[in-house]
Design a protein around this ligand. Structure first.
Ligand code: 13P
Ligand code: SF4
Length: 315
């Protein structure tokens, strides 16, 4: 709630619900968003689910409560819609670790290679790709590429190394990473696991290799959610952005979820500062004013769409 003037108090939830209806808008939110945003979303999910919902959306306006590359993807696959992002500064360290000019030069070193990019990258990088993937379907995407083809995988080297192990394909990796998933402390996770010997340790594949090596389960945010629901254990140590714990607790109220500890005790490093730039107030203002809007050059949309469509058409 906020005082709009000395006489008026805005109830964000009520106003967002009213504006959504009035403007035929849909809110798509990622599991890393703050709890209030997760609660008010029409579609809540991981990046693959949200890309699919963006493709199907019938609403005139899509409000993307996530980060920039996610909203950009929604615009690319549904260019006739107005796509809004509550805070245009909500970027992604992983996407930023792959500048298009440098990636283009890198790609030219391997002219025969098929370029697979993780969806956490800019529209310019997607436009330089053959096929896009998310952490939910990356194995399937890699397996869809003929065995005799060389593969470049970008931008996440941690996910890339994990995929090399999972698929047995020898891929050329771009040297990018996510600051949130690289912040987890191996030593502190081991100590915590000793305190909770019955707990299962689960991790997102953007985490570093030594962390993934000790995980009982590795998966995307939706994969992790499914695992905690199906597994018999009562306690889980979770190495991904802390926002996911809210949905885990909702789905499994009797189980205990412990965020994996990070190296630096003085920071909330397991929270993605970019994701958390979106707030209920910004979401309300964005719906009310229909800005900030994702604007993309038509030629870039055309180039970036094909690799996303190839991914979405995989069964
Ligand atoms: P998911 O594909 O699991 O939703 O992950 C998105 C992400 O940004 C992880 O940091
Ligand atoms: Fe990007 Fe990492 Fe934040 Fe995911 S958690 S949006 S990869 S910075």
């Amino acid at each position: 709630m906020i005082k709009n003037s000395p006489y008026q108090i805005v109830d964000f939830v009520q106003e967002i619900v009213r504006l959504k209806k009035e403007k035929t808008a849909a809110i798509l939110a990622h599991y890393y968003q703050e709890e209030g945003i997760q609660n008010i979303a029409d579609f809540l999910g991981d990046s693959l689910y949200l890309a699919k919902m963006a493709e199907k959306a019938e609403a005139d306006i899509i409000v993307f409560a996530g980060v920039h590359f996610m909203a950009e993807t929604a615009k690319i696959i549904n260019p006739q819609k107005k796509v809004l992002l509550p805070d245009l500064e909500a970027g992604c360290s992983l996407a930023d670790s792959c500048p298009p000019v440098d990636f283009d030069s890198f790609k030219q070193l391997y002219p025969e290679a098929v370029v697979v990019t993780y969806i956490n990258c800019s529209a310019e990088i997607k436009a330089l790709s053959d096929i896009v993937c998310t952490s939910s379907n990356a194995v399937e995407v890699i397996n869809s590429i003929p065995k005799d083809k060389q593969i470049i995988f970008a931008p996440d080297k941690n996910l890339g190394r994990y995929l090399i192990k999972e698929t047995g394909r020898d891929m050329i990796l771009w040297d990018g990473a996510c600051i949130v998933h690289e912040a987890f402390s191996f030593d502190k996770i081991v100590q915590l696991a000793q305190q909770y010997p019955k707990a299962k340790f689960i991790a997102h594949p953007e985490s570093e290799s030594q962390i993934l090596e000790i995980a009982h389960y590795i998966g995307s945010t939706s994969g992790l959610l499914n695992f905690v629901q199906e597994d018999k254990s009562d306690t889980f140590i979770v190495a991904t952005e802390a926002g996911i714990l809210y949905e885990m607790q909702k789905r499994c109220p009797s189980k205990q979820f412990i965020p994996a500890p990070v190296e630096d005790d003085s920071c909330a490093c397991s929270e993605c500062a970019f994701m958390k730039l979106n707030t209920m107030e910004k979401l309300y203002r964005c719906l009310k004013n229909e800005e900030p809007e994702i604007q993309l050059d038509q030629a870039l949309i055309e180039k970036a769409r094909l690799p996303i469509e190839r991914m979405l058409s995989l069964k």
